[in-house]
Ligand binder design. Structure first.
Ligand code: NAD
Ligand code: DAU
Length: 352
């Protein structure tokens, strides 16, 4: 194999798109997907490539340092794309310890394993850490954007844990010379997203005629990027990004939550054959998220200017594809809501 790449968190939402892209695009790379299969990990996300000859799955916790050493040695890993994380802000408010453990200690465990196992020098090696725009804090409604030099100002336990992991990654470059890259991306949407996040949760609730819990007044703004565009950016940056650099990734696509929710309702109703406005009564304003960041918006011009990446999909097309995918894949959704998806791994790997 030309390269042996460790992708962590590959059974999750974004990770599964990255694994699929790399397995299909690079038949001469071995892609090792390492995932703990928490509630957010679902191997059914990778059903189409699970038997590919250049794909391997390792069931492990990134916090298990000995297991990380073992994987690096066993597969002769020379590149890491690190996506494994606890990723949901609401869960971080209820259980911050789990976020610190996985996002901070887990990242540290991987960094240390890479440092100790890459004994023949760092030439040709790469440790790529996937971070989030949430580390930059919140913007006002003033048209400003997060750039790569915006000061870190995290507000939730989730974003604080991601910010902390970013600092460790930079420290490993500055102290030990580890060849690191960090990217900070805005909100992703698309197929295979766990239905605790706004878009899949609301599509599923509309389908079942259940209330749509809008936090606060629904005025918060997010910058939405189709997940396959994020995976494409990761591919470009992994191969051509400059060591020790940070790149912001975003869609230049800001939506106020309530406006986005109305687009989702309209699209689901149309595709289900309901009359326009049919599901609007499901909108239910609820208590705001604690510390709810007002607005995120990414300036991704550095990535465009230096590496030529731009979002490929217009939002209207992306949201149509996304809603269609969830409506066409109701079994995938029902397996999650029933809990059946967690038995997939057991059945798949029984007796191996
Ligand atoms: P996700 O929650 O869908 O998936 C996370 C994956 O990590 C799951 O498969 C889970 O099983 C695995 N995992 C969790 N803890 C682990 C551990 N201790 N050891 C091994 N595996 C573990 O997350 P996502 O939305 O796909 O996000 C992936 C990455 O991208 C995260 O680092 C997140 O911070 C970042 N990010 C997400 C978004 C977004 O909009 N979703 C935007 C920017 C950045
Ligand atoms: O910006 C990147 C981040 O985007 C990622 O780092 C996170 O991993 C990812 O979860 C996402 O964070 P958000 O908190 O922005 O995503 P979420 O889908 O949870 O919420 C989007 C917006 O919708 C946010 O303003 C909160 C609001 N919301 C969310 C839910 C789940 C609601 O109003 N009601 C809801 O039920």
């Amino acid at each position: 194999m030309k390269r042996n790449i460790l992708i962590t968190g590959g059974a999750g939402f974004i990770g599964s798109h990255v694994v699929r892209l790399f397995v299909n695009k690079y038949p001469d790379y071995r892609i090792v997907n390492l995932d703990k299969l928490t509630y957010a990990g679902n191997l059914a996300n990778l059903k189409d490539i699970e038997n590919a000859p250049n794909y391997a799955f390792v069931h492990a916790d990134i916090c298990d340092f000995d297991a990380m050493l073992d994987v690096f040695k066993r597969y002769n890993i020379d590149g890491v794309i690190h996506l494994a994380a606890e990723s949901h802000v609401d869960r971080s408010i209820k259980d911050p310890f789990t976020f610190a453990r996985t996002n901070v200690m887990g990242t540290l465990s991987l960094l240390q394993a890479a440092r100790l196992c890459w004994t023949d020098g760092f030439e040709g090696k790469r440790f790529y850490h996937i971070s989030t725009d949430e580390v930059y804090g919140a913007l006002e409604f003033d048209g400003t954007l997060f750039t790569e030099t915006t000061k870190y100002d995290p507000h939730s336990p989730y974003s604080a844990s991601k910010a902390s992991s970013d600092h460790f990654v930079r420290a490993y470059h500055d102290t030990y010379g580890l060849p690191t890259i960090i990217t900070n991306c805005s909100n992703n949407y698309g197929p295979y997203q766990f239905p605790e996040k706004l878009i899949p949760l609301f599509i599923n609730n509309i389908r079942h005629g259940k209330p749509l819990p809008v936090y606060g007044k629904g005025e918060n703004v997010r910058d939405w990027l189709f997940v396959e565009d994020h995976a494409r950016a990761i591919d470009i940056i992994f191969h051509n990004g400059k060591i020790a650099e940070t790149y912001n990734i975003g869609g230049f696509n800001e939506w106020k939550n309530i406006d986005l929710i109305k687009v989702i309702i309209k699209t689901v109703d149309r595709l289900l054959g309901n009359p326009e406005g049919h599901s609007e009564h499901l909108i239910t304003y609820v208590t705001d998220r604690a510390g709810h960041d007002l607005r995120y918006a990414i300036d991704s011009r550095k990535l465009k200017n230096e590496l030529g990446w731009e979002p490929s999909l217009q939002f209207e097309e992306g949201i149509e594809r996304t809603v269609r995918w969830y409506l066409d894949n109701q079994q995938w959704m029902d397996n999650i809501t029933s809990g059946d998806y967690q038995r997939y791994y057991e059945e798949m790997y029984r007796g191996r």
